[in-house]
Design a protein around this ligand. Structure first.
Ligand code: PEP
Ligand code: MG
Length: 888
C-alpha cells in the first residue's frame, strides 16, 4: 500500500485518497500550472493512524523518500542552516471541514536556519517574522497552546513600539518576540519548541491526523452528514513567500461572481503578506482588479490561469495564490461554493459557453436550491430592530401579531389577523395554532424539535431554539433583554436565517414563484436573469424526466395553482377535507343515524355538496387525471372532543337542562373512541362498515364526471380506496362502485370510464401486491402510512418524542417520514411494483405520500420505475427538477 503521493502522481478524481486539496493540487500540477512542489499523505494513512494510535510502519520511510526527492528538486534540504527548504503542512479532507487543524507554515525554521533564510532572502525582518509565525502557529495548533497568549505578546510589542501594524515591527523587535514566543511554548506546553526540522514536520503531520477527531470537527460532520471514517489527507508543500516585500503578496480569487454567476474579476489581494493575514483581516486587502496596476505580469498570468481552470473544471473555481518577488504560485483551487441563484445562472451560462451540456447543467443545481429560491424574503434594506436569533428551522419570512397559545392563534386568525405563534416549545396540542399561524417561534429545541419538524411538513416558516427569548405564556408575553413583547405586538421571523425582529419587516415575493405563477413580466434586471435561468433549467428537466408529476390537492384553487406550477394531474384528492366546516353537522347526523332512513337522508344531503366539489375540481384539471380518494380518517375526527363534550353534558345535567342531541353525540363519541385510531376504523374499513358512505362518494364522482362531459369537458377521474390490506376488501368496494357507476351512466346517458385503484400503504398490501393488482387498475403508494406501519412509528407522535435522540445517535440521518427509507419501506415498494406489474402489466403506479416531493426520494421512485410522483403544489417544481436530474 502506498501512503504518499507526489503532486505529479495524483489527480482530481482521487479525492477519497488525497482529499480535496491534495487532489486539486495534483490536478493543477499536471495542468502545468505553477504549483510549488510537494506531496500528499493519504487518508488511508490517517485512518490507520486513528485506528492504531500510531503511524503505519511504512509511512516514515515513504515520507523520507518523498522529502529526499523534494529536497533534490529544490536543491536544498529541509531546515538546512545556510539556506533552508521550508514547507507548509496542511490538512485536506475529502470535504472541506471547519474545526480541523488548518495549516502550519514555515516548517524548517530554527534558531540556526532563520539566519540562513535571512541571508538568502537578504531580509532580516522577513526571516524573523517567518520564524515567529512558525512558533505561533506550531505552538497553537500542534502543541495546543492558547493562541491568545501569542496575540497578546504581539500586541504588546506593537504598543511598546507605538506602531499600529505588524509590518512596522523591525527585525530586532521580531527577534525579541521569538524569544518571548519560545518562552510561552516552554511554559504552556512544558517542552521546548523543537529545533529539529524533521521533528517539526512529523509532529505537524500527527497533529493533522488528530484534528480529524476534535469535537468541533465531529459536530460539523454530524450536522453535514459527512461519514466519520473518511480521515484526512496531509499536504506537505514547499513554501513560497508573499511577505518578501512590496513585489510579493497573497490573494484569493473566484473565476466568476459566486453571488450572481457573472463572469469578471472577483477577489482580494494583500501586498507583502502571508495567507493567514488575508483571512485574519489584519490589514485591508485591495480588490483583485488593482493587482493589474501593482504587477501586470502576474495579473495577466493569473487571469489566464483562471480561464484555464474554468475551462478545465467546467465550473466556477475559487483559488488561493501567492506572488513571491514577481513570481506567481497557485496554492489551492476547488470548485467554488455559490448561492442558490448563482447555481442556476452559472449552470446556464456554462451551457451557453459550450462547456457543459443540458444533462450536466441539471447536475449543477438541485431541488433544495430551487426550494430556497421559492421562499419570500425579507427586504434587506428595511430598518427594523433585530431582537434575537434562533435556529433557521423552516424557511420563509413571516410577519404577524405575537400570540402565546394555540387557542388565541386560531381565534385571531379566524378574525383575519396574521399571527406568529410563540411558545417555549410546541407539542401536538399546538397543531391548530400552528396551522392558523403565519409562522412559529420557539425558545427551546433544535432542528428536529416538534415545532421544526411539523412546520417544515406544513411548509410554514419556523425559527426555533431562540434561547435569548424568555417566553411567559401565563402572562402572554416574552422578554428579550430589556425588550418586552406583549400579545398583539407585531414580530417578524426569518426562517432562512433564524433572525427575529420586533415590528413588521416588509416582505418581497420570490420572483421565481411569480414566474411559476405566470406573473413575471419581461425585463432585464437581476431577478429576470434568475428567472430566465430557472426557466431554462426547468425545460431541461422536463425534457429529460420520465416521471410525471402530479399534485396533492383538494380544491379547485390548489388544483389551478398546481397546474400553473406544472402539475400533470392530481395524484391525491383527500375527500375528508370536504367534510369539514359547515358540513360537519351533516357528518354528525350520518354518524348518529339510528335508522336506515336517517342515514340515507344524511348521505343525500352530502351528495350534492360532494358533487359540486368534484365538478369544480375536474374543471380545474380538465384533460388531466384526478385521483379522488374515498374517505380515510376515523369518524371520531369529525366529532367533538370527548373531554370537552363530557364536561358540557355534565354541566348541563347539573343545571337540569340536558340536551338530547348532546347526549346522543356523547354516546357516539364513546362508541367510536379508539385507543389506536390510526390502526382502527378508517379507510376502506369505514366504507365497509358504514353502508352507503363510499357509494355516495362514488356517485358524486360519477355524476360530476357526467356533468363535465355534458359541458364538453374532459374529466379523467380515478377512484382510489385507502388503507386496503387484502384484495377481498377491494373486491367488495369495487363491485358496489361498479354498480353505482352503471346506474349513473344509465341515468345520465353519458359513458363513463372511471379507473378504480388502491393505495398501497399497509405492509400487507405491499406484500400481497400481486393479488391486489387483480382488483386494482392503479396503485398509489401511501408512504406516510407505510412508513408508520413498517417502522411501527406513530407519524403524529414520534417526531416530537424520540426522533431527536435517534437523529443525535445517528440511527438515521434524516426522518424516514421526510426521506424514504430505501432499505425498509423502499424495498416493500420495489417488490410491490414488481409483483403488481406481473399481475397487470399496464398497472399505473404512483406515490402520494410526503416523500413524493422530497428530492432524494424522487430519485428513488424514478429508479424503482414508478410512473408518477404526487406532492403538494408548492413542491411540484422541485419534483419536476429532481425527476429530470434523476433521468439525466
Ligand atoms: C399516505 O399515507 O402516505 C397518504 C398519502 O395518505 P394520508 O397521508 O392521507 O394518510
Ligand atoms: Mg394514508
Amino acid at each position: 500500500q502506498k501512503f504518499v503521493y507526489d503532486f505529479t502522481e495524483g489527480n482530481r478524481d482521487l479525492k477519497d485518497l488525497l482529499g480535496g486539496k491534495g487532489a486539486n493540487l495534483a490536478e493543477m500540477t499536471n495542468l502545468g500550472l505553477p504549483v510549488p512542489p510537494g506531496f500528499t499523505i493519504t487518508t488511508e494513512a490517517c485512518k490507520e493512524y486513528l485506528a492504531n494510535g500510531a503511524e503505519p510502519a511504512a509511512l516514515r520511510d515513504e515520507v523520507t523518500a518523498h522529502l529526499d526527492a523534494l529536497e533534490k528538486q529544490m536543491g536544498k534540504k529541509l531546515g538546512q542552516g545556510n539556506d533552508p527548504l521550508l514547507v507548509s503542512v496542511r490538512s485536506g479532507a475529502k470535504f472541506s471541514m471547519p474545526g480541523m487543524m488548518d495549516t502550519v507554515l514555515n516548517i524548517g525554521l530554527s534558531d540556526k536556519s532563520v539566519q540562513g533564510l535571512a541571508k538568502q532572502a537578504g531580509d532580516d525582518r522577513f526571516a524573523w517574522d517567518s520564524y515567529r509565525r512558525l512558533i505561533q502557529m506550531f505552538g497553537k495548533t500542534v502543541l495546543g497552546v492558547d493562541g491568545e497568549l501569542f496575540e497578546d505578546a504581539l500586541e504588546a510589542a506593537k504598543t511598546a513600539k507605538k506602531v499600529a501594524v505588524d509590518t512596522d515591527l523591525e527585525a530586532a523587535d521580531l527577534k525579541k518576540l521569538v524569544t518571548k514566543f519560545k518562552k510561552i511554548v516552554k511554559t504552556e506546553a512544558g517542552r521546548d519548541f523543537p529545533q529539529d526540522p524533521r521533528e517539526q514536520m512529523d509532529l505537524a503531520i500527527e497533529a493533522v491526523f488528530n484534528s480529524w477527531n476534535t469535537d468541533r470537527a465531529k459536530l460539523y460532520r454530524r450536522q453535514e452528514r459527512i461519514p466519520g471514517d473518511l480521515g484526512t489527507a496531509v499536504n506537505v508543500c514547499s513554501m513560497v513567500f508573499g511577505n518578501l516585500g512590496p513585489d510579493s503578496g497573497t490573494g484569493v480569487a473566484f473565476t466568476r461572481d459566486p453571488a450572481s454567476g457573472q463572469p469578471g474579476v472577483y477577489g482580494d489581494y494583500l501586498q507583502n503578506a502571508q495567507g493567514e493575514d488575508v483571512v485574519a483581516g489584519i490589514r485591508n486587502t485591495v480588490p483583485l482588479a488593482e493587482l493589474e496596476q501593482i504587477d501586470k505580469k502576474s495579473y495577466d498570468q493569473l487571469m489566464e490561469i483562471m480561464t484555464t481552470l474554468e475551462n478545465h473544471y467546467k465550473d466556477l473555481c475559487d483559488i488561493e495564490f501567492t506572488i513571491e518577488r514577481g513570481q506567481l504560485w497557485m496554492l489551492q483551487t476547488r470548485v467554488g461554493k455559490r448561492t442558490a441563484g448563482a447555481a442556476f445562472r452559472i449552470a446556464t451560462q456554462l451551457v451557453d459557453q459550450g462547456l457543459i451540456d443540458e444533462a450536466e447543467a441539471l447536475q449543477r443545481v438541485n431541488g433544495a436550491q430551487l426550494a430556497q429560491l421559492m421562499f419570500p424574503r425579507f427586504d434587506d434594506d428595511a430598518k427594523v430592530e433585530k431582537i434575537g436569533r434562533g435556529i433557521a428551522a423552516s424557511p420563509g419570512a413571516a410577519v404577524g401579531k405575537a400570540v402565546f397559545d394555540s387557542y388565541t392563534a386560531v381565534k385571531w386568525s379566524r378574525s383575519g389577523e396574521k399571527v406568529i405563534l410563540i411558545r417555549r416549545e410546541t407539542n401536538p396540542d399546538d397543531l391548530d395554532g400552528m396551522i392558523a399561524a403565519e409562522g412559529i417561534l420557539t425558545s427551546r429545541g433544535g432542528k428536529t424539535s416538534h415545532a421544526a419538524v411539523v412546520a417544515r411538513g406544513m411548509g410554514k416558516t419556523c425559527v426555533c431554539g431562540a434561547e435569548d427569548l424568555e417566553v411567559d405564556t401565563k402572562r402572554r408575553r416574552m422578554t428579550v433583554g430589556d425588550t418586552v413583547v406583549e400579545e398583539g405586538d407585531v414580530v417578524s421571523i426569518d426562517g432562512s436565517t433564524g433572525k427575529v425582529y420586533l415590528g413588521e419587516v416588509p416582505v418581497v415575493p420570490s420572483p421565481v414563484v411569480e414566474y411559476f405563477e405566470g406573473r413575471m413580466h419581461a425585463g432585464a434586471d437581476e431577478a429576470d436573469e434568475l428567472v430566465a435561468a430557472v426557466h431554462r433549467i426547468m425545460s431541461f428537466a422536463d425534457g429529460k424526466r420520465r416521471l410525471r408529476v402530479r399534485a396533492n390537492a383538494d380544491n379547485a384553487e390548489d388544483a389551478l395553482r398546481a397546474r400553473r406550477f406544472g402539475a400533470q394531474g392530481i395524484g391525491l384528492c383527500r375527500t375528508e377535507h370536504m367534510f369539514l366546516g359547515e358540513r360537519r353537522e351533516m357528518v354528525e347526523k350520518l354518524i348518529l343515524a339510528d335508522t336506515e332512513d336517517e342515514r340515507e337522508a344524511a348521505l343525500k344531503d352530502l351528495l350534492p355538496l360532494q358533487k359540486k366539489d368534484f365538478v369544480e375540481l375536474f374543471e380545474a384539471m380538465d384533460g388531466l387525471p384526478v385521483t379522488v380518494r374515498l374517505l380515510d380518517p376515523p369518524l371520531h375526527e369529525f366529532l367533538p372532543d370527548i373531554t370537552e363534550l363530557s364536561v358540557r353534558v355534565a354541566l348541563a345535567e347539573s343545571r337540569k337542562d340536558s340536551n338530547e342531541n348532546d347526549l346522543r353525540l356523547l354516546q357516539a363519541v364513546h362508541r367510536l373512541h379508539e385507543q389506536n385510531p390510526m390502526l382502527g376504523l378508517r379507510g376502506v374499513r369505514l366504507g365497509l362498515v358504514i353502508p352507503g358512505l363510499f357509494t355516495m362518494q362514488v356517485r358524486a364522482i360519477a355524476e360530476a364526471a357526467a356533468e363535465r362531459k355534458n359541458a364538453k369537458g374532459d374529466p379523467r377521474a380515478e377512484i382510489m380506496i385507502p388503507l386496503v390490506g387484502t384484495v377481498q376488501e377491494l373486491e367488495i368496494v369495487r363491485e358496489d362502485a361498479e354498480k353505482v357507476i352503471a346506474e349513473v351512466q344509465e341515468q345520465t346517458g353519458v359513458e363513463l370510464k372511471l379507473a378504480l385503484g388502491t393505495m398501497i400503504e399497509l405492509p400487507r398490501a405491499a406484500l400481497t401486491a400481486g393479488q391486489i393488482a387483480e382488483a386494482a387498475e392503479f396503485f398509489s403508494f401511501g408512504t406516510n402510512d407505510l412508513t408508520q406501519t413498517v417502522w411501527g412509528f406513530s407519524r403524529d407522535d414520534v417526531e416530537a418524542s424520540f426522533f431527536t435522540a435517534y437523529l443525535e445517535k445517528g440511527i438515521f440521518g434524516v426522518s424516514p417520514f421526510e426521506t424514504i427509507d430505501k432499505d425498509g419501506v423502499g424495498s416493500l415498494v420495489r417488490n410491490a411494483v414488481k409483483a403488481g406489474r406481473e399481475t397487470r402489466p399496464d398497472l399505473k403506479l404512483g406515490v402520494c405520500g410526503e416523500h413524493g416531493g422530497d428530492p432524494e426520494s424522487v430519485h428513488f421512485f424514478h429508479e424503482v420505475g414508478l410512473d408518477y410522483v404526487s406532492c403538494s403544489p408548492f413542491r411540484i417544481p422541485v419534483a419536476r427538477l429532481e425527476a429530470g436530474r434523476a433521468a439525466a
